[in-house]
Structures are given as C-alpha cells and as structure tokens.
Design a protein around this ligand. Structure first.
Ligand code: NAD
Ligand SMILES: Cc1ncc(C=O)c(C(=O)O)c1O
Length: 311
C-alpha cells in the first residue's frame, strides 16, 4: 500500500493550511484546500506560491504528481478524500460544528486529523457520530519547515488510524511523535511553560525584550536545537539539576491566566505581525523583511541540523 493518501483535504486556509497542503502535495498527494472565506482562499493561493519556493530551497522530499487545488465548495473538496486535516480557528464549538458538517458528507472510513494546538481530542470527539476517526495531528508553525508532527489519539480513536497516520507522516519524511492525550499536548506545554516565565520576566522589568530574546535564543534555543532536554540533563549532571531546581522551581512564575500587559496590547489592537505591532513595533515593510529573515534562518538551521548526528 502506498503510504501517502492519494487524495487529502485541508479544511481552513489561514496561517497553517497552505503550508500543510504544500507539504503533502510535494510528497505526491492530490490536495484540496478548502476555506469558508473566498478572501482567505485568495490569500492562500499567494501564500502557496511562496511556500513552494521555500520547499524548493529546503530541498524537501519531492515526488511527481502532487497538486493543490483551492476552493470554497466543500463537497468538491471532500470527493473521494481519504484524509481530512482540520485547521480552522482554535475554538471548540467552531471545531465541533465543522466536524459535524464534515461527518454528514463523508464515509465512515475517512480519517479526520485535527491540527488543534491543544484541545483534548476526546473533548472534540464527544459530539461526533464516528469518534473513532478523529485523531490529533499537531503541526508546528511554519508547517512546511518544521519536520515534526505530534500524533495524539483520543480515548475513542481507532488504533488502525493511529498506525495509518504515523505511516503518512513518515511518508513525507517528517518525524511523528506519538503522545498520550493531555491539554496542550507536549510541544505547547513546554513552549507555554517557557513563555509564561518569559512574560513574567518582562512584566517585572527584569530584562528587556531584546535581552530576553538574545538570552533564550543562544542560551536555550541554540543548545536545545542540538541536544534535547533529556540528554541536556545528562550533559549538565542530575546533581546540578537537583541543586538548582530545589531552590528555583518554587520561585518560577505559576500564574494561571494570560498576563495583564498582553491583554492590554490585544485590547489596543496590537497582535504582532498581523497588525504591524505587538511585542515590537514595525514600520513600513518591516514585517515582510522580518518574515523573510525568519524563513531564511529556519531554512539554514534545518539544513545544518539535518547534517549533524541526532544526539
Ligand atoms: N498559527 C499557529 O502558529 C498554529 C500552529 C499549530 C497549530 N495551530 C492550530 O491550527 C488551527 C488553525 O490555526 P491558524 O493559525 O491557521 O488559524 P487562522 O485563523 O490563520 O486560519 C483559520 C482559517 O479557517 C477558516 N475558517 C473559519 N471557519 C471555517 C469553517 N467553518 N470552515 C472552513 N474554514 C473555516 C478561516 O477563514 C481561516 O482562513 C488552530 O486550531 C490552531 O490552534 C496554529
Ligand atoms: C505561540 C504559539 N502557540 C501555539 C503554537 C502551535 O500550536 C505555536 C507554533 O509556533 O506552532 C506558537 O508559536
């Protein structure tokens, strides 16, 4: 059996949809990218052209025959599909209603993989007619460049769908990480633990944003890109970890809500790149320049990481 689905459908063509569709298509799948909004589809077509250039530069696995078509006709997007990847906004009720709409239009054997950032799969599946077909498939942003996908079964997910999704992820040369279900899954639990402490350090004026970015990028990001946290402990020494964690863990931030200064920025319309200002301010052309620098850096770093041993 070929490992990739012949036809796959991506639902939602915002930040994540075009990169997901392009990755599958480059590996040889026929992909339909659907969105409820015609404007989103127009933006996705432009994004897809850029993503294709990036995939060429990063030399991602390429197979003949793959394609992406774009549209707002849901039945056309679903015809003969084997795998649906849901990438609509992170709102439980919206996702549930999209799942209900999809289920009314497809056969029982079609797998639905959700790209939720961390809503438990079992919670999402509660209202489904065939909950066995729902599985978490968490891509990291930008999805066409980060070659790792979290695979998260819910308590009703069919074991054969877990095996099939792992096989599909391997078929486009990404690393599948199988996890037990927990809110936020593994990646975002770790990321949000880091972000919580970072935002507290900024709020308390301990460090500037520029200083924080330099410290985390070189002191943590650079090192962790080569050696994972488990082996890092061996490198540092478990005795050192005990000595530091015994006084430090109790001092770390343990807030349970979003920091007030972030809420204030959102209320003032400061959302980041999408509003030309967020944590930093951006003048004319700055956002496009930063996006290009980030993509160029990720391509270079991915090539380097792919060429060194997995320690
Ligand atoms: N942005 C990230 O960094 C990131 C990373 C990993 C996972 N995710 C997750 O992926 C999902 C999508 O995130 P995103 O950042 O691409 O969102 P987004 O808001 O950029 O895009 C969502 C798209 O879904 C469309 N949409 C809304 N309702 C729809 C419907 N009923 N049917 C079809 N399309 C509909 C919107 O028009 C929009 O184009 C979320 O669950 C998010 O948490 C996001
Ligand atoms: C801040 C943030 N939150 C969620 C996600 C993914 O689910 C990401 C990402 O980069 O993938 C992120 O940066």
């Amino acid at each position: 059996m070929s490992s990739l689905p012949t036809i796959a459908t991506v639902i939602g063509s915002g930040t994540m949809g075009p990169g997901i569709a392009a990755t599958l298509a480059r590996a040889g799948a026929t992909v339909r990218l659907y969105d409820i909004s015609a404007d989103a589809i127009t933006r996705a077509e432009a994004a897809y052209d850029m993503v294709r250039g990036v995939l060429e530069a990063v030399d991602s696995p390429s197979a003949p025959g793959g394609s992406v078509t774009f549209g707002t006709d849901l039945d056309a997007a679903l015809a003969d599909t084997e795998l649906i990847i849901e990438a609509v906004p992170e709102k439980l009720e919206l996702k549930r209603s999209v799942l209900a709409d999809l289920e009314a239009r497809i056969g029982d054997d079609v797998i639905i993989a959700t790209n939720t950032s961390g809503i438990p799969i079992s919670t999402m599946a509660e209202s489904m007619t065939v909950p066995a077909r729902l599985i978490g498939m968490h891509w990291s942003n930008p999805p066409h460049l980060i070659p790792m996908i979290e695979v998260i079964p819910g308590n009703a997910t069919a074991p054969e769908h877990v095996d099939r999704l792992i096989e599909i992820v391997k078929a486009f040369n990404y690393v599948p990480v199988l996890e037990k279900e927990i809110p936020g899954f593994v990646e975002n639990r770790v990321l949000y633990a880091i972000l919580r402490e970072c935002m507290a350090l900024l709020e308390e004026g301990i460090v500037t944003p520029e200083g924080l970015d330099a410290c985390v990028k070189w002191g943590i990001g650079y090192k962790l890109s080569v050696v994972g946290p488990t082996r890092l402990l061996d490198m540092a020494g478990l005795d050192i970890y005990q000595a530091v964690s015994s006084y430090l863990n109790k001092d770390l931030d343990n807030s349970t809500d979003t920091p007030e200064f972030i809420k204030d920025k959102i209320a003032a319309g400061q959302l980041g790149f999408k509003s030309n200002g967020g944590m930093y301010e951006y003048g004319e052309g700055d956002v496009d320049a930063k996006r290009k620098e980030i993509i160029t850096g990720l391509i270079a770093a991915r090539k380097t990481l792919a060429s060194i041993p997995n320690v």
